[in-house]
Design a protein around this ligand. Structure first.
Ligand code: GAR
Length: 212
């Protein structure tokens, strides 16, 4: 049984979708722990109710980013994870941390990368006027919101959209695409070579578009 550690900072809806999929689809993996850098992250309570180990490690109580990263890594490593999943974890992680988990640190970003890195992605998409928006699951590298793309899902942008409606449409896709990508990894189907990802047995990209 493989081990997954999930890092959150807030409500943790992506975490829930992964925990639920792992149980319902009988993955060869379990979520061993959920760690938050904020004590008030509402996702923690849900994780506790599921009987998952939870930890709080507040970045504010550390003097430097490196000091925080080092303790965080020690806590993560105590669960011997095969995959570390960032699910709305709103802290930039330093290079040493990222390198330590090279090839097993995943993130979901609410845009079709490389478009709209950083914050307020839905606002950026609306201001730019794109007609298609979405989300990206990628391996984390030292460059912010960069890294080999594992999966993407696209949604239409409608004339009537505001940030909230667009965020909701994208989030619905996040809940489909993120569990799917984590599952591929724990099933050993993700091949990462020269910065590019190939998913064994997943030739069709259609399944990732508009939630199909
Ligand atoms: C999600 O939309 C995720 O893509 C985004 O934060 C939200 C977390 O929601 N992540 C980032 O912006 C990372 N740069 P959740 O806590 O309900 O999963």
């Amino acid at each position: 049984m493989k081990s997954i550690v999930i890092l959150i900072s807030g409500r943790g809806s992506n975490m829930r979708s992964i925990v639920a999929a792992a149980a319902q689809q009988r993955w060869p993996a379990r979520v061993a722990a959920v760690i938050s850098n904020r004590a008030d992250a509402s996702g923690l309570e849900w994780a506790r109710e599921q009987g998952i180990a939870t930890e709080i490690l507040e970045h504010r109580s550390f003097l430097s980013r490196d000091a925080f990263d080092e303790v965080l890594a020690a806590r993560i490593d105590s669960y011997q994870p095969d995959v570390v999943v960032l699910a709305g974890f709103m802290r930039i992680l330093g290079e040493a941390f990222v390198n330590r988990y090279d090839g097993r640190l995943l993130n979901i970003h609410p845009s079709l990368l490389p478009s709209f890195p950083g914050l307020h992605t839905h606002r950026q998409a609306l201001e730019y006027g794109v007609k298609v928006h979405g989300c990206t699951v990628h391996f984390v590298t030292a460059k912010l919101d960069r890294g080999p793309v594992v999966a993407q899902a696209a949604v239409p942008v409608l004339d009537v959209d505001d940030e909230l409606t667009l965020a909701a449409r994208v989030l619905e896709q996040e809940h489909i695409v993120y569990p799917r990508a984590v599952r591929w990894i724990v099933e050993g189907r993700v091949v990462l070579r020269d910065g590019l990802v190939r998913v064994v047995g997943e030739e069709s990209v259609q399944s990732l578009l508009f939630g199909r």
